[in-house]
Design a protein around this ligand. Sequence first.
Ligand code: PBG
Length: 339
Amino acid sequence: MSSDQDRLSSSFPTTRMRRVRRHKWSRQLVSEQQLSASDLIWPLFIREGESQRESIPSMPGVERISIDLLVEAVGEAVDLGLPAVALFPATDPALKTPECEEAINPGNLVCRAVRAVKQAHGDSIGVVCDVALDPYSSHGQDGLVRDDYVVNDETLEMLCKQSLVQAEAGCDVIAPSDMMDGRVGAIRKALDERGFLDVQIMSYAAKYASAFYGPFRDAVGSSGNLGGGDKHTYQMDPANGDEALREVALDIAEGADSVMVKPGMPYLDIVRRVKETFAVPTFAYQVSGEYAMLNAAAQNGWLDREAVMLESLLAFKRAGADGVLTYFARDAAKLMRQQ
Ligand code: PBG
C-alpha cells in the first residue's frame, strides 16, 4: 500500500491528473505534440573561400562556412532527415554598396552556394533563400535608402530581381524578409512571368523590429553598417498583434505559400493566432538572439542545453507552428535520433 492510500481511504480527489503521468509509456500515449527532424529548417551562414570555417562569437556552435563545407553540411542535414536549409551569405564588405548591386548578381555567393548544393543533393532537400538587401547594403538596411528613408516601391524592383537570380540558381523557396509592402505579390508575378511557377514563397509575414536579431547581424556583418539606424519604419512594432494578422492576410492574398512569425519564443501568441485564423502552413523563426540566450545560459551551467533546446522547439509546435527555423536544427535532429 502506498503512503497516499494509507492517508486517504476515500476516493478524493476523483480526478487525478497525475495518473497518466506516472509511467513513461502512458505519458507517451497521451502526448499531444511530437517534435521531429522533419519540422526543422536549418539556417546556415556562408562565406567565400575553400575549407573555411569561422566561428561567430555571439552564436556558439554556429559558423560561417565556405561553399565546399556547406555542401558537406547539407549532406549531413539530408542524413538527419531535415527537410530544408536556409542560406544566408556573409558578403565581402568590399561588395556592399548603397544600391546593393551584388544582390542581383547571378554569380553572387548565395547563388553559387545554391547551385553547388542543388548539384550535390538535388531534390533530397529544399533550399530556402532570404530576399532582402541587408547582406549587400553598405547601410545595413533591407531596402534602398533615399533621403534617409527606406523606400518601398523602388526596393520592390530590386527584390524581384534578387528573387529571380536566386530562382535561376535553383532555389526552391524564396523567403522575403524585408517587410516592404506588396513584395509577395510583386515577387510572385516576377517568378511566374519567368516560368518559375513552382518556386514557393515563404513569407516573413509577421516580422517584428526586434532586438533579438543582434547576433545574426554579427554573422552576416551588417550590424556595423546599420550604425545607429534601426528598422522600425518597416518591421513591426512588438506591441502589436492584430497588425500581424493583417500582414499575414495580405501576404496570403498576394500568393504566399507559407507564412512565418519572427522572432519565435517571445511571439508564440502570434504563432497561435496566425495558425488559428488562417490555417495555412505557419513557421516560426527561433532567431539568433534566442539561440544566443539559451546557449549563454547553458555555457554558464545555468540551463541544460539539450533539454531547453527540445523544450523550446516543442513549444513552437504546441503554439501551432508547422515548422521552425532554428540554429539548433542539426543538434536537435541528432538528439532525437538517439532518443
Ligand atoms: C534579414 C534578416 C534578418 C534575420 C533574417 N533575415 C535580420 C534583420 O532583419 O535585421 C534575422 C535572423 C536571426 O536573427 O536569426 N532581413
